[in-house]
Design a protein around this ligand. Structure first.
Ligand code: HEM
Length: 183
């Protein structure tokens, strides 16, 4: 018989990333981020890292870049709440549409941003294209009551699109990194 004294109450919401492939994407993304960051930080051209918050580059950035960051941070917050399994069908639906709008703003605005690959699109624009195709597919699946398909689409975009693209914006040298660790 279970000893009730040993059964800890579960206070934390359960975060589910759905399929094991989503967890694999997060682990591969983290490993790739760690390796690329290590290479950049060990390059002789990289200035020493010291923590301080300096949002000047973001304050002086273009309106489209500010829109991108606001969209991305909103999508991150709303997406995290949805992944924790907010209760109530109505609330899930309202938050879901808000998340779709925030992701669409993030992805569409990113097509007006370049820099990583000179003036050309970079591999991250591939994630933006995937997001623009995936969002209507995820909505269509929900409307058809294809819950498994809806969950697969949306959790895949949150992990692969949001978490991985968001993590890579914090690569040493990129703007988000320079806000916290720039010279
Ligand atoms: C927390 C999440 C995110 C933050 C804070 C963020 C922030 C930024 C910032 C500051 C830039 C321009 C400066 C730079 O390249 O360093 C940028 C560029 C970009 N972002 Fe994001 N972003 C986020 C999520 C996303 C997501 C989810 C996508 C795609 C679905 C995305 C796609 C892009 C693309 C394609 C670029 C242009 C990259 C290039 O220069 O080629 N971002 N992001």
């Amino acid at each position: 018989m279970k000893n009730p004294a040993l059964t800890l109450p579960r206070k934390w919401p359960r975060v589910s990333f759905g399929r094991p492939s989503n967890r694999a994407v997060i682990l591969i993304g983290l490993a790739a981020y760690a390796i690329v960051s290590w290479i950049i930080l060990n390059s002789p051209d990289t200035p020493p890292v010291r923590f301080r918050i300096n949002p000047v580059r973001l304050v002086e950035a273009s309106a489209v870049l500010k829109l991108h960051v606001v969209g991305a941070l909103s999508a991150f917050g709303i997406g995290a709440a949805l992944m924790m399994g907010v209760k109530g069908r109505g609330l899930h639906k309202r938050l879901g549409y808000a998340w779709v709008a925030a992701m669409a703003i993030t992805a569409i605005s990113s097509f007006f941003l370049t820099g990583l690959n000179g003036n050309q699109f970079s591999w991250i624009h591939g994630l933006s294209a995937w997001t623009i195709i995936g969002l209507p597919m995820g909505i269509t699946a929900a409307r058809r009551k294809d819950i498994a398909g809806h969950r697969k689409q949306m959790t895949g975009m949150f992990t692969g699109g949001m978490l991985v693209a968001g993590l890579f914006t914090f690569l040493p040298g990129r703007m988000m990194w320079s806000i916290f660790f720039g010279a």
